[in-house]
Every structure is written in structure tokens, then in C-alpha cells.
Design a protein around this ligand. Structure first.
Ligand SMILES: [Zn+2]
Length: 164
């Protein structure tokens, strides 16, 4: 089945949620028609896309949901990402971006676990350090200066790879 993206709205203008269906796999987010009616009534279909357009819309929605800092980080590592098709999910791309930044030497050893990825035991996470999520490193605060450095360093790395 072709991918389908349906956006819903309470007021006929603002998107309140969506359904995304691809190959029989359903993803829903936010307020859609399956939600219980609220004071504002029940959300109604706002627009519907299919095929490549639906895939793109879903990717863009998930990309927005990464949040500002993560989105800016991804765009610093992959400046041309929006021009590409058939991309991996934004969350996966974020992880790839982080590992590229780490390889480029632009991360810090986690100060909580001293770069081991482990800290005191708890029932939910075991010994996984919650500060770095077990990654062993952390990123500096996402600020313009840092993002500019990331962009420059990654671009320089790409050029040297191209030269091989
Ligand atoms: Zn840690």
C-alpha cells in the first residue's frame, strides 16, 4: 500500500495530530479522530497526502519533534539534508550526527561516569549513566558558536574524505 499521511485539526487551521500509514504500519501522533471529544470538539481531517509527499511530510513532522537543539545539530552536520530523498528516520539521523561529532573530537568525556557509561545501579536503567545515557560522552551546550565549529569541522572532514 502507498504511504498515506492525514493531518487533523480542531479549528480547521492548526494541525492537532496526524495518522501515518506506510506498508500497513500505522503511526499516530497528537489529537486525531480516534481521540475523545474535548471542549474544542473532535479533530477533523485537515489535509491528506500520499506516496512520496506523505513520506516527506512524516519525515518533516518527526524532524520538528526532535526539538530545536537536536534539529540545529543535525543541520550543522548535514546542511543539505532537506534536499535528499528516502532518508532514515530523524531520530536515527540525529544519532549518526552525534557519532560524527564524537569522531570529530567535539564532545566531552561524561563528567558523571568519567567516560565509563556506568554509574550506580537502579532498577530501571541498571548501571547506565543517566547523564550520558551510556554514551560515555556529552555534548556541550548547543549554542551558535558550537554549531559553527561543528559545521566547519565536519565540512573539513568531508573534504579530506573526498580527496582520498
Ligand atoms: Zn555518563
Amino acid at each position: 500500500m502507498e504511504a498515506e499521511y492525514i493531518a487533523y485539526s480542531y479549528d480547521g487551521a492548526t494541525v492537532s495530530g496526524y495518522h501515518y500509514n506506510v506498508g500497513g504500519k500505522q503511526i499516530s501522533y497528537g489529537a486525531t479522530t480516534t481521540c475523545y471529544p474535548t471542549k474544542e470538539g473532535k479533530p477533523e481531517e485537515l489535509y491528506r497526502l500520499s506516496g512520496t509527499e506523505a513520506k516527506k511530510e512524516h519525515w518533516n513532522t518527526e524532524f520538528l519533534r526532535l526539538g530545536d537543539d537536536r534539529r540545529r545539530l543535525v543541520l550543522s552536520v548535514f546542511p543539505d539534508i532537506k534536499k535528499l530523498d528516502n532518508l532514515k528516520p530523524p531520530k536515527t539521523i540525529y544519532e549518526i550526527a552525534v557519532s560524527k561529532i564524537h569522531k570529530a573530537g567535539l564532545t566531552r568525556v561524561c563528567s558523571r561516569c568519567d567516560g565509563t557509561g556506568h554509574y550506580s545501579y537502579n532498577q530501571i536503567d541498571g548501571t547506565r549513566c543517566f547523564k550520558c545515557g551510556g554514551r560515555k560522552f556529552t555534548l556541550p551546550k548547543i549554542a551558535d558558536k558550537y554549531l559553527a565549529l561543528v559545521k566547519k569541522t565536519i565540512a573539513a572532514g568531508r573534504e579530506s574524505e573526498d580527496a582520498l
